[in-house]
Design a protein around this ligand. Structure first.
Ligand SMILES: CC(C)(COP(=O)(O)OP(=O)(O)OC[C@H]1O[C@@H](n2cnc3c(N)ncnc32)[C@H](O)[C@@H]1OP(=O)(O)O)[C@@H](O)C(=O)NCCC(=O)NCCS
Length: 177
């Protein structure tokens, strides 16, 4: 971690920075299958939904308070109540601030927070497999953070040619019973 990076819970005031960070990946990478950046209202609704689920939405900031990345957990298939103990982790670091420890800081705190909730049984990361761009480091990142690959949704996305697989990862420590 670089000096001055801090973590806090995200607020509505962070939405425009969060959208800036996310838009880059929508437009330039395979790591999200969202192709068009969402509106700020959509991002706000997503943040509110996570707050309503009492799940964490974190931002990491630099020493001047500028948001460098964000991570959140969302209820997996929230409309299906049997999934109530399963969440999906998402994390995005500003594209020109990678490899400075921001992602590690966010993921460590996200997992710690989920542990303290005491009601989460599975933490999933369902991530399009990008073997050419920023996604190259994702495998190492998730492995280092305790996730293991449990499945592959083959050819489910076609953001660019050819079709792209989606890797399903699960965090081992949450597999309680
Ligand atoms: C994945 C991501 C969050 C990592 O964030 P980061 O701030 O660059 O990662 P860190 O600097 O904290 O690195 C943490 C660990 O992951 C490793 N890592 C991160 N990027 C890597 C890369 N491109 N290649 C190899 N290892 C990488 C680091 O080496 C470090 O491990 P180490 O201590 O053993 O060296 C970031 O690359 C990102 O936002 N990617 C785009 C969005 C995305 O793919 N999100 C996942 C799907 S939601």
């Amino acid at each position: 971690m670089s000096d001055g990076q801090t973590l806090r819970h995200a607020t509505a005031d962070d939405l425009s920075r969060i959208l800036d960070i996310y838009s880059h990946y929508c437009l330039n990478a395979v790591v999200t299958f969202e192709e068009k950046p969402p509106s700020i209202e959509t991002m706000a609704a997503r943040m509110q939904a996570i707050a309503g689920q009492q799940l964490p939405y974190l931002v990491a900031t630099d020493s001047e308070g500028v948001v460098l990345g964000y991570a959140y957990a969302s209820q997996y298939r929230a409309e299906r109540t049997a999934y109530a103990h399963t969440v999906e982790a998402s994390i995005y670091v500003q594209h020109d601030k990678l490899r400075f420890g921001v992602g590690q800081l966010l993921m460590t705190e996200l997992l710690t927070h989920l542990h303290t909730l005491g009601r989460i049984r599975e933490v999933l990361a369902v991530v399009p497999e990008d073997t050419t761009g920023v996604g190259r480091g994702v495998e190492h990142f998730y492995h280092k953070n305790g996730f293991r690959r449990v499945g592959l949704l083959e050819n489910v996305g076609k953001k660019v040619s050819p079709s792209v697989d989606c890797v399903v990862r699960v965090h081992g420590e949450f597999e309680l019973d």
